[in-house]
Design a protein around this ligand. Structure first.
Ligand code: HEM
Length: 584
């Protein structure tokens, strides 16, 4: 029998195996480098892209039930994915300009998103039945992906949904609203009057001064980052109002962890794995897990408190935790939610992120608009005032600040208009819905104009980017200009009123922001308090304010860079009087 011999030359003239590989490789190389194949490989993707582009622009049809025009795209399946991730605002702005009716659809990773910003059509979407135009599947996706609630807890949430949702109503009416607002304003009155310490010893600085890298210029002037300062001033007032004063004392980094988590929102939604080497993603995950740790601790303490068990003394008597937070804890206990299943992070995040950014933009626009500060100070004077401190010999207390948030909202149209205008310019909220059936949306224009109607199909998404309307030059003259007066009207008797008009800074429909009344009042209160107490100018060139470009978030945008400012305490009337008496 002949032995196998790999090295024996082949007797039948075929090439040996080693050579066979070489030949095969050579053949492949020959094949791949033949002009036809090079052409095909080179042109293939182009042909696919051109075909995709040609076929992806969906015909619109005619009549009252047209299909929404789809922006053509080049890459199958991915569709507009890359340009969407790169700069969604630019993509949408350009698409709206090209679309015959300002309504268009984008194709993102296999799903069709109908983008609607016309206020009449948005109203029509909001008026549809929730069973067809659904928010709850979107809400659950956010809860799992961003807030990290375990998927398997869904059945508990389904059972408790109505009761948990009904607690949100108490954010908008009394006694819940006035309890939260009252405490928030009290914290502001104290913190605003102690906002700047004018010391240069790190240990004596206020937490917001540390975060804002405060540097002492003189006994009466400090330089600081306005973004960090305003964010923390709001957070240090609103979070203790809802979760009690021990919460931030026990977890002093919590506020900044909320900001870090918020910065990583895209990574959570894209499902980027925990260990993926993206610093912002890793930071956001660590932050989320620390926030969970703090909230879990508080839930345990609340459980123990409610059950009359021992509670760690660091939590104090817990009496200053809002009725709202206690009620939610009661519902979690009633439905047997384990500590790790409780979704308080969604509330804490909603409370902390948007108002804290909004007050930064609002104060920046106010100070950078010539003459506005003086007009506002005159308007708010009766409702945000500073009184003379008590003096014993040469030692006197700090001046006292008193703010009436309800009066500011009712009686200060200019201040309120600056809030609406800051929202219009910097808020970029989107409402997203899924379609559980076909639906026709149409303009209820009530005029002779033919009614425009669009057929939207089951399985598609509807996205309402409210910011597109808020910056639309058709509705807002000079849309990039800060002009609060655009929200104000004067009647025949000279009475000035302010109205939000068609802007939708808080989204709409069933998911419409439940903190909107609280947000408006707390923002007005903080701005009025600061205007009453402090003078602010840009640090660099004392007259030249720079408005930073914006980075998109889920609602109020983040500035792309910090704003260094110089802050001085105002000279109050009694001080001016004392001075003039001394010089006499
Ligand atoms: C200027 C400040 C604020 C802005 C611009 C804002 C904006 C928004 C937006 C755009 C939504 C989503 C709406 C949608 O999906 O259509 C929302 C939801 C929500 N916001 Fe706000 N918000 C602000 C402040 C607050 C505050 C202070 C709270 C207090 C906790 C709060 C609580 C909520 C809650 C609970 C929801 C979810 C509502 C639901 O799904 O039923 N918001 N907010």
């Amino acid at each position: 029998m002949m032995e196998d011999d790999f090295y024996r030359p082949s007797s039948n003239g075929t090439v040996p195996p080693i050579a066979l590989g070489t030949v095969l490789w050579g053949t492949v190389v020959d094949f791949l480098t033949s002009p036809n194949v090079v052409l095909a490989l080179f042109l293939g993707p182009f042909i696919i892209a051109i075909l995709t582009r040609y076929m992806s622009g969906r015909p619109v049809g005619k009549g009252a039930n047209k299909l929404v025009w789809r922006v053509p795209y080049w890459i199958p399946f991915i569709g507009h994915g890359f340009s969407f991730l790169w700069d969604p605002t630019k993509l949408m702005k350009e698409a709206r300009e090209q679309s015959p009716h300002g309504v268009f659809s984008l194709y993102l990773g296999g799903t069709t998103h109908n983008i609607i910003s016309d206020p009449n059509l948005v109203r029509s979407v909001m008026a549809q039945r929730e069973s067809i135009v659904q928010f709850s599947p979107v809400a659950w996706r956010i809860i799992v992906k961003f807030f990290g609630i375990p998927e398997e807890s869904k059945f508990k949430y389904d059972k408790a949904w109505e009761e948990l949702n009904s607690t949100l109503g108490s954010l908008m009416r009394d006694p819940g609203l006035s309890e939260l607002l009252g405490r928030t304003v009290k914290n502001m009155e104290k913190n605003v009057s102690e906002m700047i310490t004018f010391v240069d010893t790190e240990i004596d600085l206020q937490p917001w001064e540390k975060f804002g890298n405060a540097s002492l210029i003189s006994d009466t002037e400090t330089e600081i980052d306005l973004v960090a300062l305003m964010r923390d001033m709001m957070g240090h007032a609103s979070i203790p109002a809802m979760y009690g004063s021990a919460f931030l004392q026990k977890y002093p980094d919590l506020l900044h962890e909320i900001y870090d988590m918020d910065k990583g929102i895209m990574y959570f939604f894209l499902g980027v794995p925990a260990l993926a080497p993206f610093p912002a993603s890793i930071k956001a995950r660590i932050a989320r897990s620390n926030i969970w740790g703090a909230l879990d601790d508080q839930q345990r303490a609340l459980d123990a408190h409610a059950e009359g068990k021992h509670v760690d003394s660091a939590w104090g008597d817990m009496e200053d935790i809002s009725v709202f937070a206690r009620k939610r804890n009661e519902i979690y206990r009633k439905y047997g939610f384990k500590i790790r299943e409780r979704g308080e992070l969604s509330i804490l995040w909603a409370l902390a992120v948007n108002s804290s950014l909004l007050v930064y933009w609002q104060i920046l626009y106010i100070f950078s608009t010539p003459g506005l500060v003086e007009r506002l100070r005159e308007e708010i004077a009766p409702y945000a005032n500073v009184t003379q401190p008590v003096s014993i010999g040469k030692i006197s207390e700090a001046p006292r600040l008193k703010i009436s948030a309800d009066d500011l909202s009712k009686n200060c149209p200019l201040l309120k208009a600056t809030y609406f205008e800051a929202l219009r310019l910097t808020d970029q909220p989107w409402s997203v819905r899924t379609l559980a059936g076909d639906v026709v949306i149409s303009e209820e224009n009530g005029s002779e104009k033919p009614k425009e109607g669009y057929l939207l199909r089951e399985g598609e998404f509807i996205t309402l980017p409210h910011d597109m309307h808020m910056k639309d030059p058709v509705y807002f003259l000079d849309p990039d200009k800060f002009e609060p007066e655009r929200f104000m009207t004067r009647d025949d008797q000279g009475k000035v009123t302010v109205d939000m008009g068609t802007i939708r800074p808080y989204g709409g429909g069933p998911s419409l922001c439940k903190g909107r009344i609280l947000a408006e009042r707390e923002c007005l209160a903080l701005i009025a308090g600061i205007l009453a107490f402090w003078d602010i100018e840009p640090a660099e060139n004392k007259k030249n304010w720079v408005i930073p470009p914006q980075q998109k978030t889920t609602a109020v945008s983040r500035p792309m860079h910090e704003t260094r400012v110089r802050i001085r305490r105002r000279v109050f009337n009694w001080e001016k009087q004392n001075k003039s008496e001394k010089t006499l």
